[in-house]
Design a protein around this ligand. Structure first.
Ligand code: TXA
Ligand code: MG
Length: 308
């Protein structure tokens, strides 16, 4: 290693070496922190599942550094893929296509399809690019808990088990990527995110679907209670002055957190606010309902999951 590297570069170089050797570590992305490993190394992938206590039937997203690298992981490039990748990558959109034999079953939970994303965060970019590997990374939380959007939110249980952890500061998007299935005739959003149905439709010039088909478990993990604090979350029209919670107006006690009325700022701050309120002894958290307009859809999705 060179003599005049910044500490950050040294840490990134070490992380890259660890990933190549089959290690597991925390990396920042623009959406949430991820628990990263070599995606084609089944043993490393196995360890990611163990560290998160994640059931093995919940598939992981594979991250690439440069659009185009997905061709090494896919059976063929699905219709609409290149248009979407061209418009939204690097960024918070995960695309699903049929996998090829390079991708181990451990990553996809035995599915024939694989989820792929090209993150824009400069540290994620550097780590993936320098390693030359496809990097599998679920959100760096314990199963069913809140995804970390700041380094300080990482669980000690996760930190004690990983081989490295890179601090990239707060994630500027703050909720997980939009997951879009391209394996059927009509594209379908399996998980909502900052990149919305309307934006995708605008690029493709067609109407797309949202949500899994009834009776279908296309995105395993999506039907479970998810992204939730320990305390019970209640969605209410108005948070009472004496209660802890998340509000839009001036807080009425020290356990209320005021949020932006702008959806992208609200999304960025939501998980940190929930975790801050989720102290031992707090049994209930009250969240003031946001507006019902479409630009709040992804936030509504996370609030509904958090409230069970
Ligand atoms: O923003 C994000 O996507 C973050 C960062 C770290 O990139 N990652 C993330 O990963 O949220 P995870 O594992 O927490 O969520 C992955 C989601 C799950 O809902 C999973 O069911 C879905 O993607 N998924 C993954 N592979 C799939 C597949 N082959 N078919 C359907 N859904 C899939
Ligand atoms: Mg997750």
């Amino acid at each position: 290693m060179g003599g005049n590297l910044q500490p950050e570069e040294l840490e990134i170089n070490q992380a890259v070496e660890i990933l190549k050797l089959g290690g597991v570590g925390v990396i920042p992305t623009e959406t949430v922190y991820g628990l990263a490993c070599h995606a084609l190394d089944s043993r490393a992938v196995q360890r990611v599942f163990e560290i998160k206590s994640r059931p093995s039937n919940h598939p992981l997203i594979v991250h690439i550094a440069v659009p185009g690298q997905e061709s090494q992981l896919l059976d063929e490039i699905p219709k609409f893929w290149n248009e979407l990748a061209g418009n939204f990558w690097p960024g918070a959109l995960t695309l699903i296509g049929f996998k090829n034999t390079m991708v181990p079953d451990a990553v996809t939970a035995g599915l024939k399809t694989v989820a792929i994303r090209c993150p824009s965060h400069p540290i994620a970019q550097k780590v993936i690019n320098q390693s030359g590997l496809p990097v599998a990374a679920p959100s760096a939380n314990l199963f069913t808990q809140i995804s970390p959007t700041q380094f300080e939110m990482l669980s000690p249980k996760i930190l004690s088990q990983v081989d490295f952890a890179l601090d990239g500061g707060p994630c500027h998007i703050g909720i997980e990527s939009t997951v879009l299935d391209l394996t059927e005739t009509t594209p379908r959003i399996l998980r909502q995110g900052i990149i919305s149905q309307l934006e995708i439709q605008k690029v493709l010039g067609i109407k797309i679907e949202v949500g899994s088909r009834s009776g279908d478990h296309k995105s395993p993990g999506q039907h479970h209670k998810h992204y939730s604090p320990h305390a019970k979350v209640h969605l209410v029209d108005h948070v009472e002055p004496s209660k802890p919670g998340i509000v839009f107006c001036q807080p009425e006690n020290q356990f209320q957190i005021q949020m932006s009325s702008e959806p992208s700022e609200y999304a960025r701050d939501l998980y940190a606010a929930m975790q801050k309120l989720d102290q031992p002894g707090t049994q209930d958290i009250y969240i003031e309902c946001p507006p019902n307009s479409v630009d709040w859809n992804a936030i509504w999705d996370r609030l509904r999951r958090a409230s069970g």
